[in-house]
Design a protein. Sequence first.
Length: 143
Amino acid sequence: IFFAGLEIVEHQPHTIYFSRYPEGREATMGWPKPDVIFRNNTENAVLIDTSHTGTSITVSIYGDNGDLNVRAGLSDRFRYTGPIAKYERNPKLEPGTQVVVKQGSGGWSVIVTRTISDTQGEVISEEEWSWSYLGAFRVIEYN
């Protein structure tokens, strides 16, 4: 959808960053929300083909977008945050003690841009999305 130049109506990146996905462009799917919603803003049909295995889902989009050129941009990371503490009771620990079992990591924000140009290089639209990722939880066991 992104590189086809189709209109993105709704999408939500993951809350926690996964390195196998491009920052800010990946999409979380759930039922009934979050969802990915797009509009075919071309004059042509769009074919969506899906396939899956036991460990992956592939969605392919076919169509004619009028030879639009789509460029993606990504800002540097900013607005860093520290890890969020998550406390879990562990009755095996001595009463009054706590132990850090996972250090966790901080989060950050990024800005993703999408520039759509025609065949002559004239910019048709420039879009910008901001997204903030949470860090991995710092897990602390206590009793």
